[in-house]
Ligand binder design. Structure first.
Ligand code: ZN
Length: 320
């Protein structure tokens, strides 16, 4: 059974893959590695720096019935565009079902060229989005956290290359032992058919790199996860909060990109590309990831500006 997920993948998967020489059960390993990772963190007493993290009391965020209705409408826009837009991203359950794609295939080569071309710009967008998110959550006031952001920015700036990989199929990964590289499955490269779709996944991976091998942005990541949990009622803690934060940075990066590159396509269509690979029929999550449709819900709940722009654009287009 393939429960491995889909979108921009992550360092924990990275570790799972790195260990896969030693055992055949990748599903089991994913869980074990995560536990091991946490145990090591605790034993090294490095949790002291994140004590104010995920489970301390915080003001509970909530959504009004009107906001919930708008969110449902916005999900409708995203997944309708997934069917109408010729450059929409392929849903990840469809990607998973596809046969492997050779690196030299025209679609994979085009995707790899697009990803490499967009990498420098995406690095800048991620850095700006990360700074914006830290400010929104009040972390810019902490001198200690400002240093961590500075170090995170340096890690993002050091990324140089996208490496196409046939075996990675519909995943992208960062190996923290090789932090200058984003490994990108060829099916994924071919399935992200727009700059917006590609930027969102590159940004997701860059955010993992920003967080680094010590989870240095954990207080921010936990705050985002807590808020997403409160707003949606979904369980978004631990690795799930990191994945959602990476996706949020991806959506923010795409929004900034769209603002800076106006064109003839509708804003809603372009915005939808940042999350529509999650418009799946088969909606399965796992320990580390929300389900794809749960991911859309969490991202839009965290990002009401995105909801408004998806809806407003649709409304404007209804006018004569
Ligand atoms: Zn990830």
């Amino acid at each position: 059974m393939n429960i491995s997920r889909k979108d921009g993948k992550f360092k924990k998967e990275t570790q799972r893959r790195a260990l896969s020489f030693f055992a055949p059960s990748s599903v089991t390993l994913r869980l074990c590695v995560k536990c091991l990772f946490l145990v090591l963190l605790i034993s090294a007493n490095t949790l002291g720096q994140t004590k104010s993290g995920s489970h301390t009391s915080h003001p509970r965020a909530s959504m009004s019935p009107e906001a919930k209705k708008l969110l449902e409408d916005a999900i409708g826009v995203v997944c309708t565009q997934a069917k109408l837009d010729p450059k929409s991203s392929v849903p990840i359950d469809e990607m998973q079902a596809r046969p492997s794609l050779p690196i030299q295939s025209p679609e994979a080569r085009a995707g790899a060229a697009r990803a490499q071309h967009l990498l420098p710009l995406t690095k800048s967008l991620v850095i700006a989005s990360l700074q914006q998110l830290a400010t929104e959550y009040g972390f810019e006031k902490s001198p200690k956290f400002r240093i961590r952001i500075k170090q995170a920015i340096a890690r993002v700036n050091s990324v140089q290359r996208v490496k196409p990989d046939m075996d990675s199929r519909d995943n992208a990964s960062v190996y923290l032992s090789r932090p200058h590289l984003i490994t990108f499955g060829t099916i994924f490269l071919a399935g992200l058919r727009s700059d917006e779709g590609m930027i969102s996944v590159l940004a997701h991976e860059l955010m993992h790199i920003a967080d680094g091998d010590n989870d240095s942005l954990r207080p921010l990541v936990s705050a985002v996860g807590d808020k997403a949990s409160d707003l949606t009622g979904l369980d978004i803690h631990g690795q799930r909060s990191e994945e959602v934060t990476c996706d949020l940075i991806g959506a923010m990066a795409v929004r900034a990109y769209i603002t800076s590159t106006p064109g003839y396509e509708s804003i809603a269509r372009r915005l939808a590309r940042s999350i529509q690979h999650n418009c799946v029929e088969l909606d399965e999550g796992d320990e580390d990831h929300l389900s794809p449709r749960g991911t859309i819900r969490a991202l839009l709940a965290l990002n009401p500006v995105l909801v408004r722009e998806l809806i407003n654009d649709r409304e404007e287009r209804k006018l004569p």
